[in-house]
Each structure stands twice: as structure tokens, then as C-alpha cells.
Design a protein around this ligand. Structure first.
Ligand code: 5AD
Ligand code: SF4
Length: 334
């Protein structure tokens, strides 16, 4: 697909065109990923963050956030319950929180790996050495969204971060043998259709194993609280176009999409997505992990399973590793 074609589809409101790309995305998903949907249990183990991204409720400047940190033992217990309920991947996510030393994080990874699961980390930017230690501790995958490919917008939204370093980190991660995920937000203030088209092209160029796409949702306790958020319709289009372009990347039906549209995840699963990431953080903490407002807290593994069967698909059995490595081996056999 050329940039002009992507742009055309991003902008069109013609039902026939939209139906066409949604149907094509669903066919590409079926052919390259199969009908199995992977469940990844997310544990948000700390909502403390040293950064000050303008869009995010966890930003250090938000004095109204109630902060928490989970211990390694707590994380282990929560992971154990999630594994009992049937997930084969645990995602350990936090703000950029230097309170946890790398050796403690390694201990966390090692403990969770005892449960015979894949471990995905989502801890933000770290040094090559730290990424290496965490890989050696057993981490399989790493998520680091570039959020927007638009350098100017990036600098505005992430005033204390460097665009160049973000991409350097993504390079480190693939060099170290992680399965790498990135992603963006859709509907950011001053985000043009051109820049969304560039995001989609970049997903393809980076040959990502995973791509997370969610709408921007304004949080009232941030500087962007007064802006409009991204729509479900545009986000689903971005998911469909990303599926068509990347073919076999793992693409989640995100929680953010479910937050702006009760049917959002179902729509995503029918337009290219093949992953659901239920939040398994204990309720008492999850309520405070408020990246954006009204985030689903009732986001259970059972709910995810029902969602999967409601679209005529099934929960995949394996770890759900990258499909980039051994070809597209995930064609269902039942
Ligand atoms: N709206 C939607 N997504 C957000 N994120 C952070 N803040 C928001 C928001 N206001 C997402 C970003 C980030 C992840 C931690 O959450 O994509 O990578
Ligand atoms: Fe911190 Fe990530 Fe939120 Fe930025 S987006 S403030 S780095 S948690």
C-alpha cells in the first residue's frame, strides 16, 4: 500500500470503501494469524513515573494521582491467578519508575517465568545494559510505543523525552532478541492524517512483532484535558490498515478502544486484531492506574474469553510468540 492509498482510506467516509478495507483486513488476519486469539494478562505493578508526557494521567506533574507500587511477591501472586485462569503471557507494565532496581526487576521476571509463561515488559526507556539484563533474566518481549511518528508533535507531547532515543531503544531491543512491540495513539491534538499514515508505514518498516493502536483519551488532570479524543471509527481504520500492511504482526484490541466504544474491541477483532489484553491488576490498584479517565477496571479474563467466542473465534492455546520468526505457523487445526 502506498501512502496515498493509506491516506485515502483514512479520510474516506464511503461505506463501500470502509467495508472493503475491513473485510480485507479480516481476511489477511485469518490467513496470516489464524482464528486463535491470544490473551495477555497485564499487571500494572507501579503507577509512579518520572516523565511528564502531556497526555498521560501518570505524569509526574499530576499531583492528584494516588501512587502505588507492588512488591515482587504481590506481582507473583497476581500472575499465578492469571495463569490459573488461562493466560500464557504476562505483561509487566509500569510508569518509568527508577524505584525498582534492575536486579529487582530481573527477580520479578525470574519469578513470573517460574509459571511457564511468556513475559512481556513495558517499562519505558532503559539502557542497553538494563535491557540485556532483563532479557537474560528471561523476558521474551518488550512493548515501547513510539506514540507518534511526527517529530514535532512528539517533542510537544513528551517534553522530557527524545524521539531519537526512543527509536534507539527499539533497535537495542531487537538486537537483543526481544520480540518487539510498538504503537501509537490516534486522534492526538494537532495530529494530521498524514502523520497517522506515516505511523502505519513505520509499523511496516520496523517489522514489528506487535503493534498496539489506541485512541487518545483526554485526562482532566493533564494539560490536554480540554482537547477532543480520538474516535473509535478512525482507530479501527488504523488497525485494519496496519493489519493489511504488516500481515502477521500481533495486534491487540486495546483497552483504550473499549473505553471510548463499548463495541470497540469486538470491532477491532473483526477488522484485523488477534490479541486481547485483559487487565489482571488487583482492583484496589487498578483504579489508580489512570493513564486516561474511565479506564475499564472490570476487565476480566472471563470477559475476554466471552468476547472471543462472541466473534466466532477461540482462545489460542500456545504462548503466542511472534509470527515473524518461524513463518506463519498459527493456522488453526481444529
Ligand atoms: N489516552 C490514550 N492512551 C494513553 N496512553 C497514555 N496516556 C493516554 C491517553 N491519555 C497510552 C500510551 C502509553 C501507554 C502507557 O498508555 O500509548 O504508551
Ligand atoms: Fe510516564 Fe509512560 Fe505516562 Fe509518559 S506515557 S507519563 S512515560 S507512564
Amino acid at each position: 500500500m502506498t501512502k496515498d492509498e493509506i491516506l485515502y482510506y483514512l479520510k474516506t467516509h464511503h461505506e463501500v470503501d470502509m467495508y472493503g478495507i475491513f473485510e480485507l483486513a479480516d481476511r489477511v488476519r485469518k490467513r496470516y494469524c489464524g482464528d486463535g486469539v491470544h490473551l495477555r494478562g497485564i499487571i500494572e505493578f507501579s503507577n509512579c513515573c518520572v516523565r511528564n508526557c502531556l497526555y498521560c494521567g501518570l505524569r509526574r506533574g499530576n499531583g492528584r494521582a494516588r501512587r502505588y507500587r507492588m512488591t515482587v511477591d504481590e506481582v507473583y501472586q497476581v500472575a499465578e491467578c492469571a495463569v490459573d485462569a488461562g493466560v500464557k503471557t504476562i505483561v509487566l507494565q509500569s510508569g518509568e519508575d527508577p524505584y525498582y532496581s534492575v536486579s529487582e526487576l530481573c527477580r520479578m521476571v525470574e519469578r513470573v517465568k517460574e509459571l511457564d509463561v511468556a513475559v512481556t515488559l513495558s517499562l519505558g526507556e532503559k539502557s542497553y545494559r538494563d535491557y540485556r539484563s532483563l532479557k537474560e533474566a528471561g523476558a521474551d518481549r518488550y512493548l515501547l510505543k513510539f506514540e507518534t511518528s511526527d517529530k514535532r508533535l512528539y517533542a510537544l507531547l513528551k517534553p522530557d523525552s527524545s524521539y531519537v532515543n526512543r527509536f534507539r531503544c527499539l533497535e537495542y531491543l531487537s538486537e537483543l532478541g526481544y520480540q518487539v512491540g510498538s504503537g501509537n495513539m490516534v486522534g492526538l491534538p494537532n495530529q494530521s492524517s498524514e502523520s497517522i499514515a506515516d505511523d502505519i508505514l513505520l509499523f511496516g518498516m520496523l517489522e514489528l512483532d506487535m503493534v498496539g493502536i489506541g485512541p487518545f483519551i483526554p485526562h482532566p488532570d493533564t494539560p490536554l484535558g480540554g482537547f477532543n479524543g480520538g474516535s473509535s471509527g478512525l482507530t479501527v481504520k488504523v488497525i485494519a490498515l496496519t493489519r493489511i500492511l504488516t500481515r502477521n504482526a500481533h495486534i491487540p484490541a486495546t483497552t483504550a478502544l473499549a473505553t471510548v466504544d463499548p463495541e470497540g474491541r469486538r470491532k477491532a477483532l473483526c477488522c484485523g486484531a488477534n490479541v486481547v489484553m485483559p487487565n489482571v491488576t488487583p482492583f484496589s490498584y487498578a483504579a489508580d492506574y489512570e493513564i486516561y479517565p474511565d479506564k475499564l477496571t472490570e476487565d476480566t479474563i472471563d470477559g475476554a474469553k466471552k468476547l472471543v467466542s462472541s466473534v466466532g473465534r477461540y482462545v489460542a492455546k500456545g504462548y503466542g510468540h511472534s509470527l515473524k520468526m518461524g513463518g506463519n505457523v498459527n493456522i488453526p487445526t481444529h
